[in-house]
Design a protein around this ligand. Structure first.
Ligand code: GTP
Ligand code: MG
Length: 446
């Protein structure tokens, strides 16, 4: 996601950095490139115009043209403008003071409501909440079964409503949820077209009857600007409190995610990044802007690590990582854990400067093969070699290659990559120490 946009923006800024000073002509040329890049990413035209105008005005106001760090300032201004366009800070889901918290999901047919309902239940369950799912899609008989199946997988109870009294049933079930020890109710509704008046008034009735704390519209990122248009139409009819962008993983250009907030004024709260039930993320405008501008997304990486890796090992490794005391042994054990966290390429993209490397990475069976090769090479090293790879001279390389069934050039490549990684970590560590990186809960203090 966003690769093309990210590449274009980065080469634009690269060119700008190459200039000794940024002239007004350079600025306008760069802004033209940014504009084209955003339009090609399918960002809404009005939103693009607004963004470019803001950036230009700020750049001139901040005297970018007279500064020797002008190019850097422009990047920062673009970054901030993108963050604003995406809504500023992350907007957490509302929580009722007195349970139950009620969340209603609405959206077009096939947009991803049922899947999102289950993913959200899963996310809340992991946070220690006790969700209950209500299947209020009474038009497709299979819809209830779909939710029941998902609920079973998660161990979350599912209740169905009577087709003849959808709104009042949802209200009754929601109200009695706390009696069953459930503190959050997630209502999956039928897919509807915004032009279908009777279906729109039905969901409006549900909303009026249960007075939910959140009315989330699930939009399909792959629909691009159509998703943005339908969001506007739903917003005109329902009191939406937030948006969920489903199928963001299938949206190569990213236009919907980048414009839906600015066009509708409704905050984007969650994004769906895959079919599996753990593929739902809280939406963070700043992190996305950083990812697009090639600054990496360390915070999401750290969170994902916390979720999948045991906490103590993670902290220990993060400390070593940032102090560049990381050995090949750590690298090996991290590879094992990284495998649990998701495709390596996805993870690398979140590390500053690693986006380009991620692109060269193979996927699927080839990635598996390379992973096994790396493991074989590391396990053919002695303990001393793993702790301090600088002792690995020519004859040791030959021995390691023979022992792992690889070639000397395979061994060289791994050592080179490892050395580069360490160098990067060192920079990173000093950034973290000097406070230039935000600190996350759970991240070790340096
Ligand atoms: N890749 C990907 N697929 C998704 C995501 N969310 C949902 N899907 C898929 O999209 C399809 C439709 O999802 P549903 O959750 O059934 O959509 P719905 O809005 O409930 O559909 P209706 O009830 O028919 O209106 C399914 O095949 C899901 O697996 C996502 O974030 N990524
Ligand atoms: Mg459904």
């Amino acid at each position: 996601m966003f690769e093309q946009l990210s590449d274009r923006l980065n080469s634009t800024f690269e060119r700008l950095r190459g200039r000794p000073r940024v002239s007004e002509g350079d600025l306008d040329e760069a802004l033209r490139d940014v504009r084209v890049a955003l339009l090609e990413a399918d960002v809404n035209l009005k939103v693009v115009r607004q963004l470019i105008a803001t950036v230009r005005e700020r750049a001139l106001g901040e005297r970018v043209l007279e500064s020797i760090t002008g190019a850097q300032q422009v990047v920062k201004i673009v970054h901030d403008a993108i963050v604003e366009m995406l809504g500023g800070t992350a907007t957490p889901l509302a929580r009722a003071e007195r349970p139950p918290t009620v969340v209603v999901l609405a959206g077009l047919q096939g947009s991803g409501k049922t899947t999102t309902a289950a993913k959200l239940a899963n996310m809340l369950r992991k946070q220690g909440r006790k969700p209950l799912l209500i299947a209020a899609d009474v038009y497709r008989p299979a819809a209830i079964d779909q939710l029941v199946t998902l609920g079973k997988q998660l161990g979350v109870p599912v209740r169905a409503v009577d087709p003849s009294r959808v709104a009042s049933d949802v209200a009754t079930i929601a109200a009695s949820a706390p009696l069953e020890g459930r503190d959050t109710v997630i209502v999956d509704t039928a897919g509807r077209l915004h032009i279908d008046e009777s279906m729109m008034s039905e969901i409006a009735e549900v909303v009026a009857a249960v007075k939910p704390h959140e009315v989330l519209l699930v939009v399909d990122a792959m629909a691009g600007q159509d998703a943005v248009d339908s969001a506007s139409a739903f917003h005109a009819r329902l009191p939406l409190t937030g948006l969920v962008l489903a199928k963001a993983d299938g949206d190569a250009r990213g236009g919907a995610s980048l414009s839906v907030r600015a066009v509708t004024g409704v905050p984007l709260k969650l994004i769906g990044t895959g079919e599996k039930l753990d593929a739902l993320e809280v939406f963070h405008p700043d992190r996305l802007a950083q990812r697009i501008l090639g600054m990496g997304d360390i915070l999401t990486l750290v969170e994902r690590a916390q979720e999948h890796v045991d906490q103590k090992t993670a902290e220990e490794q993060a400390r070593k990582f940032l102090e560049a005391q990381f050995t090949l042994d750590d690298f090996y054990s991290q590879l094992q854990q990284v495998k649990k966290m998701g495709p390596l390429g996805d993870l690398l993209k979140m590390i500053p400067g690693m986006g380009a490397m991620a692109k060269q990475l193979p996927e699927g069976p080839e990635a598996e093969r390379q992973m096994r090769q790396i493991e074989a090479i590391i396990s053919s090293m002695t303990r001393g070699e793993r702790a301090d790879p600088t002792v690995i001279n020519g004859s040791r390389r030959k021995r390691i290659a023979a022992g792992s069934g690889t070639t000397v050039s395979d061994v060289n490549q791994l050592l080179k990559q490892f050395a580069e990684m360490r160098k990067l970590m060192k920079q990173f560590g000093s950034m973290a120490k000097s406070g230039r990186l935000p600190r996350m809960p759970g991240m070790p203090r340096l």
